[in-house]
Design a protein around this ligand. Structure first.
Ligand code: GLN
Length: 453
């Protein structure tokens, strides 16, 4: 079914049926034979998984949702892919995304949008809309995403699934095509918090191939999720972030959020109010830092070092002209917009005013969070200000599209972990509730998230 356009959802760009079935059969055979080999199987062995097409895989194409990489096959596996292969999870295929993970709706994919299984006229979020839609549509129980400003959590919110952005450095980024390296994180997408905990434990941990990878063991996430599933949150202080609610949030989203606070209180959590005054600058800082890093990361796609080569139709064939025609044809509008923003922000004379100021704001946001975590163990907010919007609704208005990320971007700027869990429906569409925790305290997200689920 996922091979045949999946009922109009279009979650997948590539389906890997044969290999997935072979791995599943291998796991079945090991289980049937019993003995030590069966006992040694990973708890997720045989559980199918979909992989966002920004993460490289041997034997399957990786496009990053861009014409630039059409038909490209990676010669190596991302570390997370090597880990899921070793644990024998059948890889169902590669999921759709906004080109180079730039967007909040999957409409910026060069291969056409993904649609929300709850309402095919609506977006599944972005950039990882394919992964979230595949899980929401019961096409895959698990998926991998990447989150630079919310691309795991916001699609999770608007499709009623669970999405986790781990602590920066908690999961290797080796083999994730870089968007903004200081913000990017790979993380799990699933239907339940416990499933994400299993996947997160599997893909997490130190990787010498990623210089920003934390050299420490993965926290006990499954245990934390199981603890949350008892429904008892006594002793947990939950901070409501004043700046991440109210104005700009749809009334239906706010209502579900307020109900969630009631549920948390009923589970024994202590609700406190916290304030992070610098969060109002987060979106502005993100839209300087992210394009700056992206413009640098995308410089390699020039038709010479990387990317498909487009030779100019007429005139002299110089390296510069080949690079120009390659980038003109290979990149879509949103990618070009961000490259221009980024190169402008980094240019001599403007660097201090734009990039430098944005980095200072980033530090202020980190300090705000540090102060908030003195008062609370986890913070809570709606994941996104609105439910899934209609296809086309924000496509011509980049600022409206960017605004959808107000609540998710701060975690990336601060390097802290976040989870989005389903928090009920508004107008028949899912609302997501986000928890944030201090860096390295991902386990707290799983406890709180599982209790609310
Ligand atoms: N929607 C955000 C953006 O467009 C986040 C993207 C992401 O997390 N990859 O930048």
């Amino acid at each position: 079914e996922i091979d045949g356009g999946d009922r109009g959802i279009h979650a997948f760009l590539h389906v890997n049926a044969e290999e997935a079935l072979a791995v599943a059969a291998e796991v079945d055979a090991i289980r049937a034979a019993g003995g030590a080999a069966a006992e040694d199987l990973h708890p997720l062995a045989g559980v199918p998984i979909a992989v966002k097409d920004l993460i490289v895989t041997v034997g399957q194409p990786t496009t990053a949702g861009s014409r630039m990489l059409e038909g490209w096959m990676s010669p190596y596996d991302a570390t997370v892919v090597a880990k899921i292969r070793a644990a024998k999870l059948p890889i169902l295929g590669k999921t759709n995304l906004d080109e180079f993970a730039m967007g909040s709706s999957t409409e910026h994919s060069a291969y056409g949008p993904t649609r929300n299984p709850w309402d095919l006229d609506r977006i599944p979020g972005g950039s990882g809309g394919g992964s979230a839609a595949a899980v929401a549509a019961f096409e895959a129980p698990l998926a991998l995403g990447t989150d630079t400003g919310g691309s795991i959590r916001q699609p999770g919110a608007v499709t009623g699934t669970v999405g986790v952005k781990p602590t920066y450095g908690g999961v290797s980024r080796y083999g994730a095509i870089a968007m903004a390296s200081s913000l990017d994180q790979i993380g799990p997408v699933s239907r339940t918090v416990l499933d994400s905990a299993y996947l997160h434990e599997l893909i997490g941990g130190h990787d010498p191939a990623d210089s920003t990878s934390l050299d420490e063991p993965v926290p006990a996430l499954v245990e934390a999720a199981r603890r949350g599933l008892t429904g008892d949150l006594s002793g947990l202080r939950v901070g409501v972030v004043r700046e991440l609610q109210g104005e700009g949030y749809q009334p239906g989203v706010q209502a579900r959020f307020d109900e969630s606070l009631g549920l948390l209180r009923a589970a024994g959590a202590e609700i406190v109010e916290v304030s992070c005054p610098n969060l109002k600058y987060a979106l502005a800082a993100y839209y300087l830092i992210m394009p700056s890093e992206a413009s640098s990361n995308l410089a390699k796609f020039d038709g010479v070092r990387y990317g498909k080569r487009v030779v100019p139709a007429d005139g002299p064939v110089t390296i510069e002209r080949v690079m120009g025609s390659t980038r003109a044809a290979g990149f879509g509008e949103e990618v070009k917009r961000r490259i221009i923003l980024g190169t402008y922000a980094l240019s001599a004379g403007y660097y201090d005013a734009y990039y430098g100021s944005a980095q200072k704001v980033r530090t202020l946001i980190q300090r705000d969070f540090a102060a908030a975590f003195e008062l609370a163990d986890v913070l809570v907010s709606p994941t996104a200000p609105t439910v899934a919007f209609r296809l086309g609704e924000k496509l011509d208005d980049p600022l409206a599209m960017y605004l959808n990320d107000v609540a998710t971007i701060p975690a990336n700027l601060a390097g802290i972990p976040g989870i989005s869990v389903p928090g009920g429906l508004s107008e028949g569409l899912p609302v997501g509730i986000q928890f944030l925790a201090p860096a390295r305290e991902d386990a707290r997200l799983y406890r709180a998230g599982a209790a609310l689920e």
